[in-house]
Design a protein around this ligand. Structure first.
Ligand SMILES: Cc1cc2nc3c(=O)[nH]c(=O)nc-3n(C[C@H](O)[C@H](O)[C@H](O)COP(=O)(O)O)c2cc1C
Length: 357
């Protein structure tokens, strides 16, 4: 095997293969991350919904299964501003769904993702994860300095060149360029929240030209061809989410797994109707009807506190109608293999494609 064309990212992360299993809040488990790290990639935990106690428990579970490098990921968002008029309208809009699922009245909206603050920072520096990544921007500079002093490598996602440059100036060690094809939340944090719509193919080379830190391509990278293409575009590695969703180690409802494997590019859509921020999911009845109604979602993550109970009840009923089913445009390329096997396959395929180029 010819090996990887660049090794700056692998050296930085302390991994054999420059392949990061994306942190996926609510889907990525310690078992998934450990399997990826043990196979030579970088496993990640999506820690955005965790309390410091839950974070410590999950990192402990991960460390029980691997002694290799791993990544923990947090959201960087502001405390949402409550708008009682908008909330009343949204609760009324969702009331028929609550009735249909026999959930009673829609609850009062609340922030379901804690703000990354001093308490979580203390938990992170106490446990010293080798890599810490952020979505929706960066915390204040002193926090980055504290994390770096604890030995952490810092990553964050950009959806535009402007964001990539801001992240480099903010002190990240590598930039994740997240194209519009990506599953889950758009990382967009500068300018209008709707503005980060650049595709992976356009974004990666422009980010590689604009920053001097290694670039990690994310968005529709799902097999060896995609990884090789990312390198050709100037990336030093990839972050893959959707293709790992089909692995048995994820927390996926079987209905979501089935629709994921049947999905095509056009069956996913970026929507604010689930959480209040743009995020790509498999289109279902909830997204279609919310789009048709024109209802304005509440600010992130308040909208999630109202759609979340519908998701939970739909999961219990094995119904995709109101389920949250994050997925990217390359969903159909996902393979339901154990994560370690998938990582090895991705690395082998990519190196074979690169060697043949
Ligand atoms: C189910 C799911 C959950 C995700 N959750 C997070 C998250 O918690 N934090 C984060 O930084 N990115 C999250 N993402 C986005 C990924 O980091 C990455 O940008 C994306 O998966 C790449 O595109 P792909 O899905 O086509 O591989 C999530 C993606 C998916 C599919």
């Amino acid at each position: 095997m010819a090996g990887w064309p660049r090794n700056d990212l692998s050296e930085l992360l302390g991994v054999e293969h420059p392949i990061i299993q994306a942190p996926m809040a609510s889907a990525a488990t310690p078992a998934l991350a450990a399997a990826v790290s043990n196979a030579g990639g970088l496993g990640s935990l999506g820690c955005a919904p965790f309390t410091p106690e839950k974070f410590a428990e999950q990192v402990g579970a991960l460390r029980a299964d691997t002694n290799r490098a791993f990544n923990v990921n947090f959201f960087v968002h502001d405390e949402p501003v409550a708008d009682s008029e908008a909330e009343t309208a949204m609760r009324q809009r969702l009331a028929p769904y609550y009735a249909e699922l026999e959930l009673g009245e829609a609850p009062a909206a609340r922030s379901v993702f804690p703000i990354f603050g001093a308490e979580m920072l203390a938990a992170v520096t106490a446990l010293k994860p080798p890599v810490v990544s952020f979505h929706f921007g960066l915390p204040e500079h002193a926090t980055i300095e504290t994390l770096k002093a604890s030995g952490a490598v810092i990553l964050a996602s950009a959806t535009t060149v402007r964001e990539a440059v801001a992240l480099e100036q903010g002190g990240v060690d590598a930039v994740i360029a997240q194209g519009y094809e990506a599953g889950g939340h758009r990382a967009t944090f500068l300018g209008d929240v709707e503005s980060g719509t650049v595709g992976t193919f356009a974004l990666v080379p422009q980010v590689a030209d604009a920053v001097s830190v290694p670039v990690i391509a994310a968005g529709a990278v799902a097999d060896g061809r995609g990884i090789a293409a990312a390198f050709a575009l100037g990336a030093s590695g990839v972050q893959i989410g959707t293709a790992f969703l089909a692995c048995p180690e994820t927390e996926m409802h079987p209905v979501h797994r089935e629709l994921l494997l049947q999905a095509r590019g056009e069956t996913t859509q970026v929507t604010r109707t689930i959480s209040g921020r743009p995020a790509r999911a498999i289109v279902n009845r909830y997204i279609t009807e919310m789009n048709e109604s024109g209802a304005e979602p509440l600010a992130f993550p308040l909208q999630y506190s109202l759609s979340g109970p519908l998701n939970a009840a739909s999961r219990k009923r094995d119904s995709s109608d109101l389920m949250v089913m994050w997925a990217g445009q390359a969903a159909a390329l996902a393979r339901p293999l154990p994560a370690g096997e998938l990582l090895t396959k991705l690395a082998d395929e990519a190196q074979a494609v690169i060697a043949a180029m």
